[in-house]
Design a protein around this ligand. Structure first.
Ligand SMILES: Cc1ncc(COP(=O)(O)O)c(C=O)c1O
Length: 452
């Protein structure tokens, strides 16, 4: 049986999703059997081409789909398996169904799919050059831009994925301090590398041997980590907790400040992993919302509006360690993502992106709250409004969440039942209004099911 109550299991190969509150630091399992089609599409919502592609995929791709795109994590039978095109905040699947999107490709699409300025900048750069022997000027321009807009940052380095920079930042911290141990909040998602992969399969335990865990919002537990023999090279935290399968949790008053003080006192590097939240809450790094400046700040998802790029920003005192650690990658000089990032940041600044997303997110969340109440469902809406998440109370196996997300997909709204959602600056008041009329119908159908 595949159930989080029975402890870690591996029946869903290659899909790491956490139930951190139950399973602790390491140990992931899904709360339901993903091989079952739970909720089939209603209305005219046909997914024939998606299903046919999935059958082909299963023959040539282990599991058909992998990672967080794995279909079992969405609502089987209602969510499309493959998408064909996207524009603004709208998606079209391979069967021609359209959706207002609140997942934004799991975060990257912060100024909208096909954003004109970003695509123009990317096209110009592509015409000039992309991957070459040495970088294009865009690398320097983006480093200057990020340093200029980020309190405390004196330099920037670039990679491709979030996992690249979470791992790289630990190497910089270790090089700077001469210490091995690093601390992270138990159950937090920092990517897929061996030291933090939340499934143990394929990674020797030794990769985690220098990682100690503490508890979110519990500074006493961090104090215990700081007392570890040899001390800590680094403490890595996300600006708020946003794990899948869990309501999001903001930092308690004084928590991030407490982490900051302790790192300074003990000579440990404070790392904020802003890979998921970056650029939606504050353009100087999400922890600025709580007045906290880390030593290393990590970005990826929203940095280049869908182009592959991540960044590590750091303080001057870590400059020589950053220079000494050897890091490189085949596509490290790629210039198009750098140009796209410059244009994305310009757009976000010009629009005051975080305010736009907060405002639209607040409309969405308050509408959902009212609809849930009117339909007699208890829901928890958590996280900042620009990165919201909704769960149903007393729905430990996410049946209601998956049915609700399925009904939304049938009606033309793409939300995730298990993972936080994302707003973009492409969501207008009209988009939110239209989405809310679809979610209202979804709540009504859910209520009818309950009665029936
Ligand atoms: C907070 C956080 N850190 C790191 C990562 C890993 O990023 P990537 O999937 O780009 O390797 C993620 C991805 O979701 C994330 O949310």
């Amino acid at each position: 049986m595949c159930c989080w109550r029975t402890g870690p299991c591996s029946c869903f190969t290659g899909v790491p999703w956490a139930r951190p509150d139950h399973l602790g630091a390491v140990g992931w399992a899904l709360p339901f059997d993903v091989s079952v089609v739970h909720f089939t599409a209603v209305s005219e919502h046909v997914l024939k081409n998606s299903e046919a592609l999935y059958d082909r995929a299963r023959r040539v791709i282990p599991g058909g789909l992998y990672g967080h795109q794995a279909r079992g994590l969405l609502t089987r039978g209602s969510h499309p398996v493959f998408l064909e095109s996207a524009s603004g905040c709208r998606l079209k699947d391979v069967d021609g169904n359209e959706y207002i999107d609140f997942l934004c490709a799991y975060g990257p699409m912060v100024v909208g799919y096909g954003n004109e300025s970003v695509e123009h900048a990317a096209a110009l750069q592509r015409e000039a050059c992309d991957t070459m022997n040495v970088p294009a000027p865009a690398m320097v321009e983006l480093a200057e831009k990020l340093v200029g807009m980020t309190p405390g940052a004196d330099w920037a380095l670039f990679a491709k994925n979030g996992s690249d920079v979470t791992t790289w930042s630990l190497a910089v911290a270790r090089a700077a301090t001469g210490r091995d141990n690093v601390a992270m909040v138990a159950g937090t998602y920092h990517g897929v590398h061996g030291w933090c992969n939340q499934l143990e399969k394929g990674f020797p335990g030794s990769e985690r041997s220098a990682v100690v865990n503490f508890v979110w919002n519990d500074l006493d537990s961090l104090d215990r980590c700081l007392a570890v023999e040899g001390g800590l090279a680094a403490v890595m935290v996300t600006p708020f907790r946003h794990e899948a399968f869990s309501d999001s949790l903001l930092p308690a008053d004084g928590f991030l400040e407490g982490v900051r003080e302790r790192c300074s006192k003990h000579g440990a590097v404070m790392i904020i992993d802003d890979v998921r939240a970056g650029f939606r809450l504050h353009l100087g790094g999400s922890s600025q919302l709580w007045g906290v400046t880390p030593d290393l700040l990590l970005y990826s998802k929203a940095l280049a509006n869908g182009y592959p790029l991540s960044a590590m920003l750091g303080v001057d005192s870590l400059r020589s360690a950053a220079r000494e650690v050897f890091y490189t990658g085949t596509f490290g000089t790629q210039a198009v993502p750098l140009a796209a990032a410059l244009a994305t940041l310009d757009c976000l600044e010009a629009l005051d992106g975080p305010s736009v997303m907060r405002e639209q997110g607040e409309s969405l969340c308050s509408g959902l709250r009212e609809q849930a109440q009117a339909a007699g469902f208890g829901v928890t809406i958590s996280g900042p409004a620009a990165i919201p998440f909704m769960t149903f109370i007393d729905d430990s196996e996410f049946d209601l969440s998956r049915r609700f997300a399925g009904l939304c997909a049938d009606g033309g709204v793409f939300i995730h039942p298990l993972h936080n959602w994302f707003l973009s600056t492409a969501h207008s008041a009209e988009d939110i209004e239209q989405a809310l009329s679809i979610t209202a119908d979804a709540f009504s159908s859910l209520a009818q099911d309950r009665e029936g």
